[in-house]
Design a protein around this ligand. Structure first.
Ligand code: HEM
Ligand code: HEM
Length: 83
Protein backbone atom coordinates (compact mmCIF):
# COMPACT_ATOMS: atom_id res chain seq x y z
CA UNK A 1 0.00 0.00 0.00
CA UNK A 2 1.25 3.51 -0.80
CA UNK A 3 2.01 5.96 2.05
CA UNK A 4 -1.01 8.04 0.94
CA UNK A 5 -3.38 5.07 1.26
CA UNK A 6 -1.93 4.28 4.70
CA UNK A 7 -2.38 7.96 5.64
CA UNK A 8 -6.08 7.91 4.64
CA UNK A 9 -6.65 4.73 6.65
CA UNK A 10 -4.85 6.15 9.72
CA UNK A 11 -6.95 9.36 9.61
CA UNK A 12 -10.06 7.21 9.20
CA UNK A 13 -9.34 5.02 12.23
CA UNK A 14 -8.38 7.98 14.44
CA UNK A 15 -11.65 9.67 13.39
CA UNK A 16 -13.63 6.54 14.26
CA UNK A 17 -12.07 6.52 17.72
CA UNK A 18 -12.80 10.24 18.26
CA UNK A 19 -16.33 9.95 16.77
CA UNK A 20 -17.32 6.93 18.82
CA UNK A 21 -16.02 8.49 22.06
CA UNK A 22 -18.05 11.62 21.20
CA UNK A 23 -21.13 9.47 20.53
CA UNK A 24 -20.83 7.69 23.88
CA UNK A 25 -20.37 11.02 25.68
CA UNK A 26 -23.45 12.47 23.90
CA UNK A 27 -25.49 9.37 24.81
CA UNK A 28 -24.29 9.65 28.42
CA UNK A 29 -25.67 13.20 28.55
CA UNK A 30 -22.30 14.89 29.08
CA UNK A 31 -23.19 17.71 26.65
CA UNK A 32 -26.84 18.14 27.64
CA UNK A 33 -25.91 21.23 29.65
CA UNK A 34 -24.05 22.80 26.70
CA UNK A 35 -25.59 25.93 25.14
CA UNK A 36 -25.84 24.36 21.65
CA UNK A 37 -25.83 20.53 22.00
CA UNK A 38 -26.86 20.29 18.32
CA UNK A 39 -23.40 21.61 17.38
CA UNK A 40 -21.85 18.66 19.24
CA UNK A 41 -24.17 16.28 17.34
CA UNK A 42 -23.16 17.89 14.04
CA UNK A 43 -19.47 17.54 14.98
CA UNK A 44 -20.02 13.89 15.95
CA UNK A 45 -21.87 13.24 12.67
CA UNK A 46 -19.08 14.78 10.56
CA UNK A 47 -16.15 13.25 12.42
CA UNK A 48 -17.81 9.87 11.77
CA UNK A 49 -19.16 10.40 8.22
CA UNK A 50 -16.48 12.66 6.73
CA UNK A 51 -13.61 11.49 8.95
CA UNK A 52 -14.20 7.76 9.21
CA UNK A 53 -16.49 6.79 6.31
CA UNK A 54 -15.19 9.12 3.57
CA UNK A 55 -11.48 8.79 4.44
CA UNK A 56 -11.76 4.99 4.47
CA UNK A 57 -13.54 5.08 1.09
CA UNK A 58 -10.83 7.36 -0.39
CA UNK A 59 -8.03 5.16 0.99
CA UNK A 60 -9.53 1.91 -0.30
CA UNK A 61 -10.45 3.52 -3.64
CA UNK A 62 -6.91 4.82 -4.26
CA UNK A 63 -5.61 1.31 -3.61
CA UNK A 64 -8.14 -0.69 -5.58
CA UNK A 65 -9.30 1.45 -8.53
CA UNK A 66 -5.89 1.42 -10.30
CA UNK A 67 -5.87 -2.38 -9.93
CA UNK A 68 -9.43 -2.73 -11.35
CA UNK A 69 -8.57 -0.51 -14.32
CA UNK A 70 -5.12 -2.07 -14.83
CA UNK A 71 -3.53 1.41 -15.05
CA UNK A 72 -1.33 3.22 -12.52
CA UNK A 73 -2.75 6.18 -10.62
CA UNK A 74 -2.63 9.35 -12.77
CA UNK A 75 -0.86 11.26 -9.97
CA UNK A 76 0.23 10.05 -6.55
CA UNK A 77 1.05 13.70 -5.72
CA UNK A 78 -2.59 14.80 -6.23
CA UNK A 79 -3.76 11.97 -3.93
CA UNK A 80 -1.28 13.12 -1.29
CA UNK A 81 -2.48 16.71 -1.72
CA UNK A 82 -6.06 15.55 -1.14
CA UNK A 83 -4.99 13.73 2.04
C1 HEM B 1 -20.67 3.79 19.85
C2 HEM B 1 -20.79 4.62 18.83
C3 HEM B 1 -21.80 5.72 18.73
C4 HEM B 1 -22.63 6.27 19.68
C5 HEM B 1 -22.78 5.90 21.16
C6 HEM B 1 -23.41 7.31 19.01
C7 HEM B 1 -24.37 8.10 19.63
C8 HEM B 1 -25.12 9.06 19.02
C9 HEM B 1 -26.16 9.85 19.65
C10 HEM B 1 -26.58 9.74 21.11
C11 HEM B 1 -26.67 10.68 18.71
C12 HEM B 1 -27.82 11.67 18.89
C13 HEM B 1 -27.29 12.99 19.31
C14 HEM B 1 -28.43 14.01 19.54
O1 HEM B 1 -29.60 13.63 19.60
O2 HEM B 1 -28.11 15.21 19.64
C15 HEM B 1 -25.96 10.43 17.46
C16 HEM B 1 -26.20 11.08 16.28
C17 HEM B 1 -25.59 10.77 15.07
N1 HEM B 1 -24.62 9.80 14.86
FE1 HEM B 1 -23.79 8.62 16.29
N2 HEM B 1 -23.03 7.36 17.70
C18 HEM B 1 -22.06 6.41 17.48
C19 HEM B 1 -21.42 6.13 16.29
C20 HEM B 1 -21.73 6.71 15.06
C21 HEM B 1 -21.13 6.34 13.79
C22 HEM B 1 -20.07 5.23 13.62
C23 HEM B 1 -21.68 7.15 12.84
C24 HEM B 1 -21.46 7.23 11.36
C25 HEM B 1 -20.69 6.43 10.65
C26 HEM B 1 -22.64 8.02 13.52
C27 HEM B 1 -23.40 8.97 12.90
C28 HEM B 1 -24.30 9.79 13.52
C29 HEM B 1 -25.09 10.80 12.84
C30 HEM B 1 -25.05 11.11 11.34
C31 HEM B 1 -25.89 11.43 13.81
C32 HEM B 1 -26.86 12.57 13.59
C33 HEM B 1 -28.19 11.98 13.20
C34 HEM B 1 -29.19 13.10 12.93
O3 HEM B 1 -28.96 13.93 12.04
O4 HEM B 1 -30.23 13.10 13.63
N3 HEM B 1 -22.63 7.73 14.86
N4 HEM B 1 -25.02 9.45 17.68
C1 HEM C 1 -16.66 19.59 4.03
C2 HEM C 1 -17.79 18.98 3.79
C3 HEM C 1 -19.08 19.26 4.57
C4 HEM C 1 -19.58 20.42 5.04
C5 HEM C 1 -18.99 21.82 4.95
C6 HEM C 1 -20.85 20.11 5.69
C7 HEM C 1 -21.69 21.02 6.30
C8 HEM C 1 -22.82 20.72 7.01
C9 HEM C 1 -23.63 21.66 7.72
C10 HEM C 1 -23.41 23.18 7.77
C11 HEM C 1 -24.64 20.97 8.32
C12 HEM C 1 -25.71 21.53 9.22
C13 HEM C 1 -26.94 21.80 8.42
C14 HEM C 1 -28.04 22.34 9.33
O1 HEM C 1 -28.07 22.00 10.52
O2 HEM C 1 -28.88 23.09 8.82
C15 HEM C 1 -24.48 19.57 7.99
C16 HEM C 1 -25.29 18.55 8.43
C17 HEM C 1 -25.14 17.22 8.10
N1 HEM C 1 -24.20 16.70 7.22
FE1 HEM C 1 -22.62 17.72 6.46
N2 HEM C 1 -21.08 18.77 5.59
C18 HEM C 1 -20.03 18.21 4.91
C19 HEM C 1 -19.87 16.88 4.57
C20 HEM C 1 -20.75 15.87 4.88
C21 HEM C 1 -20.60 14.49 4.46
C22 HEM C 1 -19.46 13.98 3.57
C23 HEM C 1 -21.65 13.80 4.99
C24 HEM C 1 -22.03 12.34 4.86
C25 HEM C 1 -21.25 11.40 4.36
C26 HEM C 1 -22.47 14.75 5.73
C27 HEM C 1 -23.62 14.45 6.42
C28 HEM C 1 -24.36 15.34 7.18
C29 HEM C 1 -25.45 14.95 8.06
C30 HEM C 1 -25.95 13.53 8.30
C31 HEM C 1 -25.92 16.13 8.65
C32 HEM C 1 -27.00 16.27 9.72
C33 HEM C 1 -26.22 16.22 11.05
C34 HEM C 1 -27.00 16.57 12.29
O3 HEM C 1 -28.08 16.05 12.51
O4 HEM C 1 -26.50 17.41 13.09
N3 HEM C 1 -21.89 16.00 5.65
N4 HEM C 1 -23.36 19.45 7.19
Amino acid sequence: MSPTVIGFIKVSLISLLVGVVMGVLIAAGVFSGAGRPSLVTAAHAHVNLLGFVCMLIFGVAYHILPRFSGKPLYSEGLATAQL
